[in-house]
Design a protein around this ligand. Sequence first.
Ligand SMILES: Cc1cc2nc3c(=O)[nH]c(=O)nc-3n(C[C@H](O)[C@H](O)[C@H](O)COP(=O)(O)OP(=O)(O)OC[C@H]3O[C@@H](n4cnc5c(N)ncnc54)[C@H](O)[C@@H]3O)c2cc1C
Length: 184
Amino acid sequence: MQISRGSGPLSTAMAGLATGQIPWGKGHHEAFAKRFDHVAAIGIVGEDLPEEHNRVTLDPKLVDSDGIPAPKITYKYGENSLKMVQHGLARGEEVMRAAGAYEVSSGGPLRPTGWHLLGTARMGSDPQRSVVNHWGRSHDVKNLFIIDGSIFVTSGGVNPASTIQACALYIADSIKKNLSNLFE
Ligand SMILES: Cc1cc2nc3c(=O)[nH]c(=O)nc-3n(C[C@H](O)[C@H](O)[C@H](O)COP(=O)(O)OP(=O)(O)OC[C@H]3O[C@@H](n4cnc5c(N)ncnc54)[C@H](O)[C@@H]3O)c2cc1C
């Protein structure tokens, strides 16, 4: 659960207008004062498991200015992910009510929050089911190391940047330790 405060005055007014909770004109100040500085949000973030129907392939038609095919991302929510979101939303509502909230609204999954693209070159010991070994070296190309979010084996349950950085340090250390037989 990621808990955050409500937004600033302008976005509170604009969002209130968009959702019909804060009218423009008559009654605006009263409705605005009721909401502004009295709102909190809980974001539910969950571990989206690797599922084979979700994949990145080369687009058969779309190419860049050099004629290189664009990546095509195929993604749909898995059953487990949807259940996790529903579970999280219900628990979030409980937290809000326990904290004294008198008006609670919830919904999701939210399409625009899919920012964490992970696991496209995942780590593993089996070359048939993974791209890099346990210290980031490609199974197929021995002098290729992949050090970023693509080596994750799942999406993880939280924001990934710190783990990506930890993996970078770990792989750099492993390269150093294996210098004498790096490409064997
Ligand atoms: C709006 C937004 C908010 C986010 N907020 C958070 C947050 O609060 N906390 C958190 O932990 N994570 C957050 N993330 C996720 C996090 O930023 C990413 O998961 C992380 O930066 C990914 O790191 P990376 O090294 O795998 O890839 P990137 O940081 O995307 O690095 C890839 C690099 O490769 C370069 N590149 C691509 N193609 C080529 C090429 N052909 N040749 C050479 N270079 C190339 C790109 O220019 C880029 O510099 C957020 C992401 C977004 C978009």
